[in-house]
Every structure is written in C-alpha cells, then in structure tokens.
Design a protein around this ligand. Structure first.
Ligand code: M6R
Length: 615
C-alpha cells in the first residue's frame, strides 16, 4: 500500500526521508517520489521514478535537491497504472502545491469534472491529484485557514492520509487523516509524519496518532490539531517503546523460508507470553470484567486472507472447547451483511499487521452495535490496538515475507489458548486440562518442524520440480481441514502464481468433480477423527476412479489413504484440533520450493503488499 513520509524542521531531510521510506518497504510499491521546498528559492523541487525505491534513490543521486520541509512517498497503484506520472507527489496546475496520499478518494471523478470545468489541467490518472487542485482553487480566493482546510477535507469521500506542502507557506505542512493511518513524531524543533512510526522511531518516541477525521497544521515548533468541523483538539502524544530492527535473512535465501523455520519458536514465544498473563491481567488486557467472561454468548471473528482462515479454524476451538457459538466473517464483506449480536457478544478481529483497512472497517461496524471488540495482532503499535477495547498479542516477531507463515500459526496458538481459558472460566475444564492444552501446542509445534525435516530433501530434489509443472490444483479438507485447505491454496496462488481452489471435500461431488483428470492434482488434508477420515477416503476414491492424481497429507497409520495417494506425506499424531499446526509448515515448505523452481519473487509476489491499507 502507499506509504507517506514527511519532515518539517531544521535539517536537510532527503536522506532521512529515504531512510524512512525504506522502512516502510513492507507496504509494497510500484513507484516512488520525493519533493521538498528548496531553501534558496522557496520553490517546490521534486523527483519521481517508476519501480522500487532504489530507482528513485539512483535518480536522486544525480540531483542535488534537498530541503527542510519535504515529502516522500511510495505508491501501490489503485487509480492509474504504474508510471512516473502517476507516482506521488502530485501537484496543482502551477506546481506551487505538492501532496502525497495513502487511501482512495471515492468522489474524485466528480471533483475532477468540477475542477476541469474551472480550468484546471490534470497530469495524472490518480484520484489523489484532485486534492492539489482543490487547494489551488481555494487558495486563489483566500488565505490558508482552518475553515479552508475543514471545507476541503469535509468534501473528500473515502479514506485518506495526506501530507501537503505549499510554496506560499514555507513554514507549514498540512496533514490530514480519515481512516488511513497517519502519525506525527515530535522531535526538538522538528516533526516527522508517517504512515507508521517505525519509519522515525530512532529519531523520536513521542508520537501523535492522528485522530480519525482530523487535520493538523505543522510547523517546526509545533502542531495545531483540528477536527474536520474545525474544532481545535488537544494533542495527546504516546511514548512508544519499540525499536527498529533491521531484518536480515540470516543464512536463508528468502525471508519466507526463514519465517517457516521460525514457527516452532514463534509458537513457543507466543505461549510463554500468554502463560505469563494472570487471569486478572488477561481479562483486563482484553477489557473484560470477570462476570462478562463467564457469560460470553457469542463470538464473532473477523479477518482477511490468512487471518480469516485462522478465524475459520478457531471457530472449531471456541465451539468445541469453550462451547460458545462462533461466527466468522471475512472482514471485506462484513459491512454488506446483517449482523445480529447477542447481548454478550465478543468480537475478535484477527490481523497480523493491525493495519488491514477491511478489518478495521468491519470492526467499526461491529462497534456501532455496542459490541465489545478485541484485536489479536502481532504489532503492538498498530491501529487496531488503539481502536479496540482489548488486545491480545502474538509473538511471531517481525514477519517480512508477504506470504504469512509464522503469524498464522501464532494466531492459531493464541486462539486455541484463549478458547481453553474461556472454557476454564466457564468451569468446562480444569487447570490440568489447560496445562495439557499448552503442552499439546508445543507438541504440535514440534511436529510442524519434524515434518519439514523429514520431507525436505524429497521435496527439494524430486517433488517440487515435478509439481511445479502443473497449472492448477484442487485442495480438499473436511472440518478443520477445510480452512487449512483454503490457507494452503492461498499460499500456492500467492507465491507460485499457480491457480488453486479449495473445497470442503464433501462438495466435490456437487460440481468440482467435473474438473478431475490427471492434469489437476488434488491435495487432501486428512483428519484424525475416524468418521471424518473415512469420508475423506471415500472422496479420494472418487478422485482416483476418475484418473485423478492425489497428494495426501495423512496421519501415521492411515493405511488406506496412504496406499491410495500418488504422493504422500506422513504426519505424526497431535491433539485433536491441532492438525492444521502440524501440517501447515510442510505445506508452506512444499509451496515455497515450487516457487523457487519457478523463479518467483517469493518474498514480494507481484501485485501484493504486506499490509493492505485500502479497502
Ligand atoms: O495483516 P493482516 O493479517 O490483517 O493481513 C491480512 C491479509 O492481507 C494477509 O493475511 C494476506 O492474505 C497474506 N498475504 C496471506 O499470506
């Protein structure tokens, strides 16, 4: 997604803007730009380049532009293709105003027509550019004021974080936020503006997270903050206590591989962190009172992509372990659906980054019903933590690869653990059951790693080169194995670009069976429960009867499935409901090796970003 970074202060800032943008690399981008007020001429000077940040850096190395008031941006295209013209900053007709934006202006078309009719000339296909012309239009009639900003921002529909500089007001930067994340780092006689405090955390720890629907006029000596209706707001800064850690791949070829191998430790770290929470501390951190905990009637889980699949698996945890009716919704669809909360409903939004716009929007809808919300995230400084009444943290460590691996298993760990804590609070299980559950998580983590180790060479030398030649795949599972199949299919699509579709195995005969032939391998995730296993075997028989090719993830001793499959991976037994943890590492490794054979850019697949901050 787009990254916004700005600086106003007493230093030449190009270098620090570039450094800030590099740290926001996880948001993905297709072009980048830099603009500043030239201290001698007070004119806006700029540079833009298509491609990754290095292209912009190379271009800037040939130029001498720098200044005390500057903007930097990386773009992830929404409106208009990847090109230097569409890269930010965008300008008014005279290039007296420069601005950068993250988000989408939904009514840009209407504004563009209005501004064109008034004589403005546009230079890009972006939705963003209209805002520069809107400022130009209004500043042609009157001076910069609170009312002017308030009027302009109130006209913009959609989601946005803006930083704007103007030749006419060399000591001012305008910033604004609606829905999209934006924060201001407060230094001594200098301010840093960013989509994520990570970009400036080594310069200052004092951060103002811009309230939703607010704008501010920044100068080196301070911040004047206003709501969109023009009311002055007090400045409440937070002091952050994390540091930027340069991530490196260690001995691995890709971050994804490193992160696959870190899963066992990530599960253990998450568990240790959770175990350290006393009951009082846990419920307090979740924003719950003890009586509320016992009476939870319904749980709503929200998430996107892999986090949604973690929710789909966790539904079985909450229903089977804690006996709480659980609904799981993909967050990007939630706002179009009816929602029927019961009097004591809990909503848990699952998001590795804590910044996914779809998840945050769904959460806001849930909150409008007065429902208690909890964010399950890996990033303690993220937006979700500020917007929910309670938080639970996974301890996956920084996940760099776009394809989520260790974040997923730590989400499962935290949700499995929480289901047991709720069950204990409700008197359904004893402390000894809780302890056994914790032990079982560690055993499943061990199985995850063991499965990779045992199949590693076979996958690298034989299976990955062979299976990378297929053009499409079907994934099957039943019960908890179905969301696991969905997650596996997503991973394959994301990093190999091979088409894959997951089905509940019982659905095969209702249509997809028509697809079966030798050209479309069927990947089956087995289950330890006999009744489910036998039904799965029947589904595999149906595939084999039609010349299908089967890859099975079978548990030890599941002889019938083992002999039916063309390729089989044997998984050690783990506690019920922990099958996905035992199997997913091996699947990730298999898919990773296929992507390697296909020479894909594994850590940054085309068109994708790590943090998806637009709807
Ligand atoms: O940060 P989040 O967990 O909210 O991200 C949600 C999805 O965008 C994310 O899981 C995505 O599907 C991954 N690239 C999957 O590997």
């Amino acid at each position: 997604m787009c990254s916004v970074f700005g600086y106003i202060g007493k230093q030449y800032s190009r270098q620090l803007v570039m450094e800030g943008l590099s740290r926001l690399e996880y948001r993905g981008y297709d072009s980048a730009g830099f603009a500043c007020l030239d201290p001698q001429s007070n004119h806006i000077v700029y540079s833009k380049a298509s491609g990754d940040l290095q292209h912009l850096k190379d271009k800037l190395n040939q130029q001498s532009i720098d200044g005390y008031v500057s903007l930097g941006h990386t773009r992830w295209a929404t409106h208009g293709g990847f090109s230097a013209d569409n890269a930010h900053p965008h300008f008014d007709c005279e290039k007296n105003i420069a601005l950068i934006h993250n988000g989408i202006i939904e009514n840009h078309q209407e504004l563009r027509e209005e501004l064109r009719a008034a004589g403005h000339v546009f230079h890009s296909e972006t939705d963003t550019e209209v805002v520069a012309h809107l400022f130009e239009q209004e500043l042609g009639r009157r001076d910069l004021s609170i009312e002017l900003c308030s009027e302009i921002f109130s006209r913009l529909q959609g989601a946005y974080a803006f930083a704007i500089i103007l030749e006419q007001y060399t000591n001012t930067m305008i910033v604004a936020r609606k829905r999209s994340p934006l924060c201001v780092g407060v230094g001594k006689d200098e301010l840093f503006v960013s989509s994520d405090p990570l970009a400036f955390i080594d310069k200052t720890r004092d951060v103002l997270f811009m309230p939703d629907e607010s704008f501010a006029l920044l100068s080196p000596s301070g911040i004047a903050l206003y709501s969109f209706n023009g009311q002055s707001l007090s400045i409440a800064t937070s002091s952050l206590d994390f540091s930027f850690e340069q991530q490196d791949k260690q001995q691995h070829e890709h971050f994804m591989l490193k992160e696959i191998y870190e899963q066992k430790a990530a599960i253990k770290n998450t568990l240790t962190h959770l175990q350290a929470l006393s009951a009082d501390l846990l419920w307090k951190q979740l924003g719950l009172k003890n009586e509320q905990v016992k009476d939870v009637e319904k749980i709503t889980l929200l998430g996107c992509g892999t986090s949604w699949f973690a929710g789909r698996i966790a539904q079985f945890f909450f229903e089977e372990i804690a006996h709480i009716s659980t609904q799981v919704s993909v967050a990007s669809e939630f706002r179009y659906m009816s929602f029927f909360p019961r009097s004591n409903t809990l909503c848990i939004a699952i998001t590795q980054s804590g910044e996914t716009a779809d998840t945050l929007e769904a959460l806001r809808v849930v909150q409008s019903y007065g429902v208690h919300t909890i964010g399950l995230t890996n990033v303690a400084s993220s937006t979700i933590v500020r917007e929910t009444q309670g938080s639970l943290f996974t301890q996956a460590g920084c996940e760099v690869a776009v394809a989520s691996t260790k974040a997923f298993v730590t989400q499962l760990t935290a949700l499995y653990w929480l289901a047991h804590r709720l069950a204990m609070e409700k008197g359904l299980i004893e402390l000894s059951d809780m302890q056994a559950a914790e032990q079982n998580l560690l055993i499943a983590a061990e199985a995850l790693e063991e499965c990779i180790e045992q199949n590693k060479l076979r996958i690298m030398q034989e299976l990955a080169p062979y299976y990378a030649t297929y053009k499409q795949y079907i994934f099957l599972g039943r019960h908890i194995g179905y969301p696991l199949a969905m997650e596996a299919a997503l991973k394959l699509k994301e990093i190999t670009y091979i088409f894959a579709q997951a089905y509940p195995a019982g659905e095969l005969k209702h249509g997809p069976l028509a697809l079966i032939d030798a050209q479309i391998p069927v990947v089956v995730f087995s289950h330890q429960a006999h009744i489910i296993y036998h039904k799965l075997v029947a589904n595999v028989q149906e595939v084999k009867a039609r010349d299908g090719h089967v890859i099975a993830f079978a548990f030890e001793g599941q002889q019938e499935l083992i002999s039916l499959a063309d390729t089989v991976f044997i998984i050690p037994h783990v506690a019920p409901l922990l099958e996905p943890i035992a199997m997913i590492g091996l699947m990730q490794f298999f898919v990773y090796q296929m992507a390697l054979v296909l020479d894909r850019p594994i850590d940054k697949p085309r068109n994708l970003a790590k943090s998806v901050t637009v709807e």
